[in-house]
Design a protein around this ligand. Structure first.
Ligand code: AHG
Ligand code: MN
Ligand code: MN
Ligand code: MN
Length: 334
């Protein structure tokens, strides 16, 4: 298959957006640049002084890893320099970053929510980690920038994607017209189209949840986990359990072979652990665009009204038939 780079693909797809004059294309290019720089550090992590903690804690109360900070800096640098982004909400910053107030004042009309390094607990273990991004367009670019503008519904996203730094490095994204995957070819330093028009199977036989929390789960989740473990040849059960602990890696597998990923509400995370703006909304947009489902309780994740940058939400996401089965247990349990 002739190589098609991310840049060529974006320009080719430009026709889908007659109103856009290339700004979104340049923004996606800037994200790709940051991803390549982060990939270089992730790949030599054991050799560079980039492992371990940096001694600080982020707004989430998590011990920050050096790679969390490095990845955050690379995205901010690439987005600031690119000039298409005017505001960044990052997992690693309590407040949003208003790029219109910086020296290189930007006329950018896009805002980016990002998880610069997802799966931090896996960094020092050589297990796949990722980055997640979610892009919104400013509603009123003539007005001064304010935080409230980024608190848009997930279904208003202009684009969303993730990078997975795994056995190969891939960038997977959607602009609302399907999902496409690109694999980094290190020999030319380009992301090349490798997974056109990605679709998630309607059914899978893998469930992905941190069963260490089992006793803290609501009853319908406990019942669903037992259902996954029951013998039933008609439904390919017992299912296989797979939990990597990096949302990007667990959902990339789910997208490729089907399955379901659950991070439910628990007694210590009553609103769930995963963050709406830069984990659940972007991943929900991608999975829905690939033909899957993403719920928080009975509600689509993409219809949750955001109220603050770091709000959390429970999430059940993956193959449609499997998410619908959890819904049945939820309804029965109410
Ligand atoms: P992050 O490293 O960006 O803070 O995200 C970690 C998240 C997510 O990647 C993963 O699915 C989840 O935390 C794992 O949580 P548990 O270790 O509680 O299962
Ligand atoms: Mn994360
Ligand atoms: Mn993170
Ligand atoms: Mn974190």
């Amino acid at each position: 298959m002739a190589l098609k780079t991310l840049g060529q693909f974006i320009i080719e797809k430009q026709a889908d957006f007659p109103y856009a004059k290339g700004e979104l294309s340049r923004l996606l290019r800037d994200i790709g640049i940051a991803a390549k720089v982060i990939n270089r550090e992730v790949n030599k992590a054991g050799l560079a002084d980039i492992l371990g903690e940096n001694g600080d804690h982020n707004v989430q109360g998590e011990a920050q890893k050096k790679l969390d900070v490095y990845a955050d800096e690379q995205f901010i640098e690439a987005l600031s320099r690119g000039g298409e982004c005017c505001y960044i909400a990052s997992e690693e910053h309590e407040e949003g970053i208003d790029l219109t107030k910086r020296s290189i004042s930007t006329k950018g009309k896009y805002m980016v929510c990002m998880d610069p390094l997802d799966g931090s607990s896996n960094i020092d273990l050589n297990v796949s980690v990722g980055s997640i991004f979610s892009i919104y367009r400013r509603k009123d670019p003539e007005q001064p920038m304010n935080t409230a503008e980024i608190l848009q519904f997930g279904h208003e996203q202009v684009a969303a994607g993730y990078i997975i730094y795994g056995s190969s490095t891939m960038l997977v994204y959607t602009t609302g017209k399907g999902v496409n995957g690109f694999t980094l070819d290190p020999s030319i330093g380009e992301f090349c189209l490798s997974h056109p028009n990605m679709r998630i199977p309607e059914e899978g036989n893998t469930y992905s949840v941190n069963e260490g929390n089992y006793l803290k789960f609501p009853q319908y989740i406990k019942d669903y986990i037992k259902y996954c473990q029951m013998e039933d040849l008609a439904t390919d059960r017992p299912y296989t359990s797979r939990y990597i602990g990096s949302m990007v890696a667990d959902l990339h597998r789910t997208l490729i072979i089907g399955g379901i990923f659950l991070y439910p509400e628990t007694s210590n995370y009553p609103s769930g652990k995963l963050r709406l703006l830069y984990e659940c909304n972007p991943m929900a947009f991608i999975i829905e665009q690939a033909g899957g489902m993403a719920l928080s309780g009975q509600q689509r994740v993409l219809t949750i009204k955001p109220t603050h940058l770091h709000q959390r939400t429970p999430i059940i996401i993956g193959s449609t038939n499997m998410v619908r089965k959890v819904q049945e247990f939820m309804t029965r349990d109410q």
